[in-house]
Design a protein around this ligand. Structure first.
Ligand code: FA5
Length: 339
């Protein structure tokens, strides 16, 4: 009987689940269990009356001790959780069957751009969604009667402020705050009262870039744009530079990239032109520098306004801009999980 109890204790000590426990219970106390059958396999005829009494007492003690040991083991297993005993519980593991959220493609490209520009000693800033008319237009050489205001259909607020139509609204704020020399990018959301189609949204992202220093020329502008595109696309992408008109730069350029949805053949994303307007840029107009408190006789600079939403479309082959703000989980799930 002592051997049986020792053996039972050892097996209970190794039990890892309620299934293990039930198997042990049946093996010892089940109908054919080794404790239950002990009285049947003992030759009572060979025992004297005292020995028989002693056997009965010890047999009952053994049965009781076995039942108690089984009950204690059951309590221990249940406390360890779900009938499964784990030596060490890792509380940082994600819940069963749950997936981490993913980063929006615009966030992914924005993070990549910030890294690229930080590598070229640019700081990253931000501006305001609700902006003063002065910073969005007047300080950028676009007075109230200027036809360039028509190029950006504006959401005006009843208090005379507006939803910024471009991140350029932050140019003069940055110059006022930091002065020259300055190397900065400022990504963010812009708003225009647009007819929405495959490549136009009323809410989209741009990344503005501004570099002002002594002796900055168009060569610096082209070198930075080239470095940017090489690093973002990790492939040879055809670009074209053509003259572009923006009152806050002189000279101004439009930098287009060949549509990566149709590879130049023409599709609804590029309005069948084969090209996507991506990166307008130019040399900062002296009027803008003066508004920012910087002397244009001493300093010059370049600026660009990258269409971040369209860049994300080209990089990830997304043919339809409306997917970006759709909040459709099936779209978002295709991008890497957040860390
Ligand atoms: C501007 O907004 C100027 N502020 C850019 C600039 C900055 C020029 C600095 C010179 C110097 P534009 O309106 O072209 O320019 O817009 C710039 C880019 O934003 C476009 O090339 C395009 O990629 C993106 N964009 C403009 N409107 C939309 C829209 N409705 N939906 C999605 N992307 C848009």
């Amino acid at each position: 009987m002592d051997d049986l109890k020792r053996q039972l204790d050892q097996e209970l000590g190794q039990a890892r689940s309620l299934e293990d426990l039930e198997r042990i219970r049946v093996a010892y106390l089940g109908k054919k269990g080794s404790i239950t059958t002990l009285s049947r396999t003992t030759d009572f005829g060979a025992l004297g009356p005292e020995e028989r009494k002693d056997f009965g007492r010890r047999f009952n003690e053994l049965k009781q001790a076995a039942e108690q040991a089984l009950a204690e083991t059951k309590a221990r297993l249940e406390q360890a959780g779900g009938g499964r005993l784990s030596g060490a519980v890792d509380l940082t593991l994600p819940g069963a069957g749950r997936r981490l959220g993913s980063l929006h493609p615009i966030s992914l490209v924005q993070m990549e751009l910030e890294q690229i520009f930080q590598g070229m000693s640019f700081v990253v800033g931000s501006g305001f969604h609700v902006e003063r008319e002065h910073y969005n237009f007047d300080a950028l050489n676009i007075p109230p009667d200027h036809p360039a205001r028509e190029m950006q259909d504006t959401f005006w607020l009843t208090n005379g402020m507006l939803l910024r139509t471009h991140t350029s609204a932050n140019q003069v704020r940055m110059l006022e705050k930091h002065g020259a020399p300055l190397r900065a990018i400022f990504p963010g959301r812009c708003f225009r009262y647009e007819n929405v189609d495959a490549s136009h949204e009323n809410t989209f992202y741009q990344v503005e870039g501004l570099m002002v220093d002594k002796g900055v020329t168009i060569s610096h502008l082209i070198a930075v744009m080239k470095s940017l595109l090489d690093q973002v696309f990790h492939q040879d992408v055809k670009v074209r530079l053509r003259p572009g008109y923006f009152p806050f730069v002189e000279p101004g350029f439009e930098l287009d990239c060949q549509c990566l949805i149709c590879h130049g053949a023409g599709c609804k994303t590029c309005k069948h032109s084969g090209w996507i307007e991506l990166l307008p840029c130019g040399m900062v107009h002296p009027v803008v520098l003066r508004h920012g408190g910087v002397d244009p006789e001493q300093y010059s600079g370049f600026a660009f306004g990258l269409g971040l939403t369209r860049l994300a479309m080209m990089k990830y082959g997304i043919p339809e801009i409306r997917l970006m703000n759709s909040g459709d989980v099936r779209f978002l799930e295709q991008f890497p999980a957040a860390v």
